[in-house]
Design a protein around this ligand. Sequence first.
Ligand SMILES: [Zn+2]
Length: 372
Amino acid sequence: MELDYEKLQRGIYEVESLPKDFSPHHPVPDFGYNHLNTRGLLYRPVLDEHYGRHESGHIRWPGDRPFAVCLTHDVDAVSEQYLRYLRKARGARFLRRRAGWKRFKWSALHHMRHVSPRFHTRRDPLHRYEKWLAVEEQHNARSTFFFWPGWSSVSKHHPSDCTYDLSDPVVLDGQKCTVAEMIREIDRRGWEIGLHPSWYSFDDADEMKSQKDSLEEVLGHEVVSVRQHFLHHDIRVTPRVQELAGFRYDSTLGFNDNVGFRFGTCHPWKVYDPERQTPLSIVEIPLIVQDTAMLRQEKGLRLDADTALAYVLQLAGEVERVGGVLTLLWHPNAVSDPIAWSLYTTVLEKLHKRNPWFASVREIGDCWRHQS
Ligand SMILES: [Zn+2]
């Protein structure tokens, strides 16, 4: 059957493909449920091809660059020591089996790191955030760091949620500081800070707004970009919730276990409300490549570094062909993983040679809005 491109862009296929029992308790539906995947079209921007974007130069990027690269980071953890402990706890059989332990487990873990010196070692391998800024600076790039609003700003917790607080200690440029101070410093240097809201924010506008308010209080100015943690997003409600909370840009619509074009496009678009069939004001900058989808060995594509690089460059070629945006997500904990870190620096070098416009989510969104 021929693809209906309007249905594709308006999210109707996405709604039709959702698992029947999709609810907050269902795992996030991934590429297996995607309509384009079932047609073998995940790695081609078919919507952009259909609208002839490769011929007309749909959007002009600053400096007449051929395409854009949007660099992003989801800050899921601020301490490697804590991450290790968490992985161990997640693997503990008694915790996995006894649902009744869940609530206790997460709050206990959260408080434990405040009393255990193991969580406060001076040489935490994650405490090198300046490395991200330095490597991006080399390419005149400014990325978006999505921070969650802090444990105490989230009213309902899910086992997959982040657990840090904005008062937690970190180290930036060799200086001890809090997460909040680091957020302000990254912002001051010209990088973007976006919100990485909790699992249960996806259908709750009040919760989303209060998490946005918390991050804005730390920053002292507005936060305009959002990416749902775990990509926990429901096209029927989340865009409306994000709009009600006052966001301008979302960059959630990608995959956790694959790479490619979830909506057949690498161009920003105004997300539709598929139930009311009206465009919302929220603009999507779709996620194309996530580090863990390629490199994790337990799930996803389970690639080695050379093969992952080949995937990224192939997708970059597709994006360049239609003059779109290649949105990349590398988690900050990749700084302590030699394979993931080296892949990031190699990807930036290879992409730089193709002369793209490196920009944050906000910059891409603002550029698109001014031309629409
Ligand atoms: Zn996350």
